[in-house]
Design a protein around this ligand. Structure first.
Ligand code: FES
Ligand SMILES: [Fe+2]
Length: 348
């Protein structure tokens, strides 16, 4: 692709908290940088470059050895949580100044492990996602993730422009009577919001399930917020035709995209439902299982194969990607322009 840039000064989700067992070493690549992530027995989180400064053995092959330390598997140097070498078992035990590993700022929030990939001097607060804050009363799904053989930009394109739901997810997330709805774009700083309002449409399966599950027409709205560089917050609102939003129901979803390499990405996902329709616990459980199946189908069987195939075509043409633009691409054009400006500033 001719637009491979990514922003370094940002927090990216490295993994789910639930997958991070204390005392174990996890290997991750973010923005092409290999790192090890671990949680010590005392609960301290550590993220270090996956490269021993001695002979470049990956530290991910090493082991944890107390005091937040990791020991290289090759010749036994030990590093603390800041990446400083604190033990050399050889000779007089002298530690050369170059024996230092890069350490990353790492935070745990919303059941996910976030890593700051930029300079420590530029660090910002970790992103705030209101619906994931404690005490909202929303019904939260357990966060999940997919590994994608797709450049991260194609995933953002996919989410910023949801006109594809009537084609790729026909019947599941969209339908024929939603085609032609305009994307309304609003920009505020480095954030864009793209919304589509679809009055009196036949509800696709997902919207029907979160509402009355009776197939009757609904007013439906998608509000997609892109927060630079790679956070997408998507609201799906469903009401009876003509009713106000508060009388309906909806889903808040966070799609958190982490570039792994130029060609691959991690796609983390968390969602919460509000305005739940009154149902028996058993009915609700059934609905929840069907919603989970619908999401899985949409992501894993429809979006993921499409984006992977799209990338295969792009590669076949030597990485050239010069899309013919349509009306639906207002958001796609804008987020890419904002990102290009941010990257240019970062590199300046
Ligand atoms: S390569 Fe790590 S101690 Fe030698
Ligand atoms: Fe999709």
């Amino acid at each position: 692709m001719n637009d491979l840039a990514w922003l370094k000064n940002a927090w990216y989700v490295a993994m789910l908290s639930a997958d991070l067992e204390a005392g174990k070493i996890y290997k991750r690549t973010i923005l092409n940088e290999g790192m090890v992530i671990y949680r010590t027995d005392h609960g301290h989180l550590v993220a270090l470059e996956d490269k021993c400064p001695h002979r470049y053995a990956p530290l991910s092959m090493g082991k944890l050895c107390g005091d937040n330390r990791i020991a290289c598997a090759y010749h036994g140097l030990q590093f603390d949580a800041t990446g400083a070498c604190v033990y050399n078992p050889h000779g007089n035990g002298r530690i050369p100044p170059a024996a230092k590993v890069k350490s990353y700022l790492v935070e745990e929030k919303y059941g996910m492990i976030w890593v700051w990939m930029g300079d420590a001097d530029n660090v910002t607060e970790t992103p705030t996602i209101d619906f994931l804050e404690p005490g909202t009363g929303y019904k939260l799904n357990k966060p999940a993730y997919l590994h994608m053989a797709t450049p991260w930009q194609l995933i953002i394109d996919n989410l910023v422009d949801l006109s594809h739901v009537s084609f790729l997810h026909d019947g599941l997330l969209g339908g024929a009577d939603m085609i032609g709805t305009r994307n309304q774009l609003v920009q505020s700083g480095n954030t864009i919001t793209v919304s589509r309002t679809m009055p009196n449409v036949r509800p696709p399966e997902y919207s029907d399930l979160i509402f009355h599950a009776d197939g009757r027409p609904v007013d439906k709205q998608h509000v997609v917020k892109w927060i630079a560089p790679s956070i997408i917050l998507l609201d799906i609102n469903v009401t009876s035709p003509g009713a106000s939003r508060d009388e309906g129901t909806g889903v808040h979803a966070a799609h958190l995209i982490t570039p792994e390499t130029e060609a691959t990405s991690f796609y983390h996902f968390a969602a919460a439902r509000w305005g739940l329709i009154e149902r028996s616990p058993q009915e609700e459980e059934e609905i929840e299982a069907r919603l989970a199946a619908a999401r899985r189908k949409a992501f894993a069987e429809q979006d993921e194969p499409m984006m992977r195939a799209q990338y295969e075509v792009i590669k076949r043409y030597g990485g050239e990607f010069k899309p013919a633009m349509l009306d639906i691409d207002v958001g796609v054009v804008r987020w890419r322009r904002i990102l290009a400006d941010l990257v240019a500033k970062e590199l300046a």
